[in-house]
Write a protein that binds this ligand. Structure first.
Ligand SMILES: Cc1cc2nc3c(=O)[nH]c(=O)nc-3n(C[C@H](O)[C@H](O)[C@H](O)COP(=O)(O)O)c2cc1C
Length: 153
């Protein structure tokens, strides 16, 4: 099975999750800027990860997803994940309110992957960092590997 994990990362947390997901699936793992057309040829599954920044994926991930041709993911299993902060920790009512309305990066990424023809293999997932820049909370890499392995079942 040819699986590709594409990610973006600012502080390195999403990169760690992407590497972990890649290892669990024996997949190639690439930073979004390094993805070339040949990496997408004959893919069985594509997993995309981004930090949540202002309730959304990074500009690089969003423009890359947008650049995929319509129908190009036909027959490809797809899934998306993000990293995010724990709003409960921040203890801000206004932030909690905005998060309820605008959410996180993973869901819109997953929607975009399906719009390009992909078949959603597992629900979008979010992995928590400590504070706003990380590191990842304890157990999140294990949770990410478990999430990824659903692709194989
Ligand atoms: C400018 C900025 C905006 C952020 N916006 C959000 C947000 O809207 N929701 C959220 O849960 N986390 C937010 N975060 C926390 C990021 O999700 C966190 O930095 C990220 O998960 C770290 O991943 P990375 O190390 O791969 O960059 C923000 C962080 C920064 C610095």
């Amino acid at each position: 099975m040819k699986v590709l994990v594409v990610y973006d990362s600012v502080f390195g947390n999403t990169e760690k999750v992407a590497q972990c997901v890649g290892e669990a699936l024996e997949a190639q793992t690439l930073q979004v800027g390094d993805v070339k057309a040949e990496h997408l040829a004959s893919l069985d599954a594509l997993i995309v990860g981004s930090p949540t920044r202002a309730f959304s994926a990074t500009p690089a991930i969003k423009s890359w997803l947008k650049s995929l041709s319509p129908g190009s993911l036909q027959g490809v299993k797809v899934a998306a994940f993000d990293t995010r902060m724990d709003v409960k920790e921040v203890n801000s009512r206004i932030l909690t309110f905005f998060v309820k309305i605008f959410g996180y990066a993973a869901e819109p990424m997953a929607t975009r992957l399906v719009k390009k023809g992909g078949a959603q293999a597992m629900p979008p997932a979010g992995f928590f960092v400590k504070g706003s820049e990380g590191p990842l909370k304890d157990g999140e890499l294990e949770r990410a590997a478990e999430w990824a392995r659903q692709l194989l079942s």
